[in-house]
Design a protein around this ligand. Structure first.
Ligand SMILES: Cc1cc2nc3c(=O)[nH]c(=O)nc-3n(C[C@H](O)[C@H](O)[C@H](O)COP(=O)(O)OP(=O)(O)OC[C@H]3O[C@@H](n4cnc5c(N)ncnc54)[C@H](O)[C@@H]3O)c2cc1C
Length: 293
């Protein structure tokens, strides 16, 4: 199918793009187009105006400042994949991005586009939840910051106003040497995961878990931080037995049901994948480079 007719706009600056958003009725932003174009072609969205962000300056960068990794909204997913800063300083993001779609989709797809599309199983969305990211948006009055916990307001609906553009995301970095693992179950390579698990672990000098973050993606309308599980393992020594027991709490998470899997299967995957992610993050099991099919 072809998209419905719309007027195309090609701004060069953030101010120009924000100005267009503020004045045009029924406008949509175009980033990498990997989700928007299919939605246009299937007539799920019918905008009168499409504002292309691809030539807007200053939206594509990866930088680390003061223990925070900041990524511009139009940074392509492949740039994150091949970034040395990301690989060394934010291993969770590096592992996650390798599981986003295909090489071809990562060449065009952007970080900001994935966060705004807000698919509940999107890897970047889970990483943002796991790292307590901050979303930076720009509107005609300037910038505002949104804690990631407040970003998803409903299924695939971010807390961004119609006149705002997501301009950057900030990931607070964990201490050097922390453990990280992102594992997922998808039916075919490159598909969205049915369920995913992201784990981050910091241990003290005696090997005791000092800090933990566990996020399950694909189970609800947005990724879920499993606080009960995090609290159950902090202060303990990492072991297969500890993780097996503690991860059982994931079977109690509220889970969605759809044509891909019933809720009970998602709960089962959450328990299994969180255990695997923790085993990999702690070094009990070797890191798996790709998703499980
Ligand atoms: C075959 C295939 C497989 C895929 N598999 C996966 C997968 O496994 N995991 C995964 O996470 N994704 C997957 N995707 C989706 C892909 O990651 C997309 O890149 C992503 O969802 C959207 O990013 P985009 O830059 O293409 O955004 P677009 O498609 O251009 O935009 C998506 C939405 O976000 C809005 N938007 C974009 N940028 C901004 C901004 N800066 N500010 C405000 N709103 C904005 C747009 O208006 C639109 O509503 C897949 C896509 C395809 C085609």
């Amino acid at each position: 199918m072809k998209p419905p007719p719309f007027q195309y706009h090609d701004p060069r600056t953030i101010a120009e793009a924000v100005g267009l958003l503020g004045t045009l009725e029924n406008a949509k932003l175009l980033a990498g187009g990997q989700s928007l174009m299919p939605m246009l072609n299937m007539r799920f969205v019918l905008p009168d105006h499409v504002i292309d962000l691809n030539r807007v300056e200053g939206l594509s960068y990866i930088k680390e400042t003061g223990g925070v990794l900041e990524i511009g909204a139009m940074t392509r997913q492949y740039e994150v994949e091949f970034s040395e800063i990301v690989r060394t300083r934010c291993p969770l993001l590096h592992q996650a991005i390798l599981q986003v779609g295909h090489r071809q989709t990562r060449n065009r797809g952007t970080v900001g586009g994935s966060l705004c599309h807000l698919d509940p199983a999107a890897e970047l969305v889970s990483v943002a939840a796991a790292l307590d990211a901050t979303i930076v948006v720009t509107n005609a009055s300037g910038r505002r910051e949104i804690k990631f916990a407040d970003f998803p307001v409903a299924y695939m609906t971010p807390a961004i106003e119609q006149n705002e553009i997501l301009t950057a995301v900030r990931f607070p970095l964990w201490k050097a040497g922390h453990g990280a693992a992102f594992v997922e179950f998808a039916r075919r390579h490159g598909d969205f995961a049915i369920v995913s698990a992201a784990a981050l672990l910091e241990r003290d000098g005696g090997g005791i878990i000092a800090r933990a973050s566990i996020t399950i993606g694909g189970i609800g309308s947005a990724p879920v931080r499993v606080k009960e599980l995090e609290e159950a393992i902090v202060g303990k020594t990492a072991s297969a037995e500890l993780f097996r027991t503690a991860c059982e709490s994931c079977r109690k998470l509220d889970a969605i049901e759809d044509i891909h899997a019933p809720a009970s299967y998602r709960q089962h995957l959450a328990a299994v994948l969180s255990r695997r992610a923790l085993e990999q993050a702690s070094g009990i099991a070797p890191q798996s480079a790709t998703s499980v099919h």
